[in-house]
Design a protein around this ligand. Structure first.
Ligand code: DX5
Ligand code: ZN
Length: 224
């Protein structure tokens, strides 16, 4: 049985009391905190940066997973490492030199990952698998919380799972398969069956009054 991780996206949290929100969601059973960085350039929205990461870091006892939706990547990525990120993922289209960016993130002590938009080919991972710890499949177009899950992402997850399993057989090294966008209690089992092990959920968790109930219901679905 795989190890599953639930990673609430604070994009849907109440930003006026973010410290309390992250403490509450960790107490409710979150395995990671997912931190969405948007720049009004690579994606049409603007969110939070290293200053906010540094501010919440002392309130978060679990890994913080930074999802960069920014261009360029290299200038800003080290700032997130210094602010306390545990993993940093980015979109291959947003970096001129993907291999170099992966090395840069590793050199700053973080796990690395590539993020695949709905229309982005998985081929981008083929020559850099040794430098990847996480593959993140977007099941919405990046930029906003609260969108509906794009069903085609299930096929993409299956393909990514085959590549990860083949790589593990060859090297013994495990790569995590994360999914982001439109994940809910009622579709998480199907998404897990397609091969995901790490689940980002924003509106499904922060849009509900009882975070522990949603996370518990998700875990029950994953165990079924
Ligand atoms: C979208 C972000 C997601 C978003 C997910 O660009 O990367 O992490 O917060 O939100 P939900 O779970 O509401 O789709
Ligand atoms: Zn995200």
């Amino acid at each position: 049985n795989p190890t599953y991780r639930i990673a609430p996206s604070i994009l849907s949290a109440d930003f006026s009391r973010l410290g309390e929100e992250v403490r509450n969601v960790v107490a409710a059973g979150a395995d990671w905190i997912h931190f969405d960085v948007m720049d009004n350039h690579y994606v049409p929205n603007l969110t939070i940066g290293p200053v906010v990461l540094e501010a919440i870091r002392p309130h978060v006892s679990v890994p913080i997973d930074v999802h960069l939706m920014v261009r360029p990547v290299d200038r800003i990525a080290p700032d997130f490492a210094k602010a306390g990120a545990n993993s940093i993922t980015f979109h291959p289209e947003a970096s001129d030199h993907v291999d170099r960016t992966l090395s840069l993130i590793r050199d700053h002590g973080c796990e690395t990952g590539l993020v695949f938009n709905p229309a982005t080919s998985l081929d981008h991972m083929d020559h850099v698998m040794d430098k990847i710890d996480i593959i993140l499949i977007m099941s919405v177009n990046p930029g906003f919380g609260g969108q509906s899950f794009i069903g085609e992402a299930l096929n993409k997850l299956r393909t990514a799972r085959r590549k990860i399993d083949a790589y593990r057989e060859r090297t013994g090294r495990e790569i995590k398969l994360e999914v982001d966008g439109g994940v809910k209690v009622d579709n998480i089992a199907q998404i897990a069956a397609a091969g995901a092990d790490t689940f980002v959920a924003g509106s499904a968790i922060f849009g509900h009054p009882d975070y522990a109930k949603v996370i518990g219901d998700m875990r029950a679905e994953l165990a079924s």
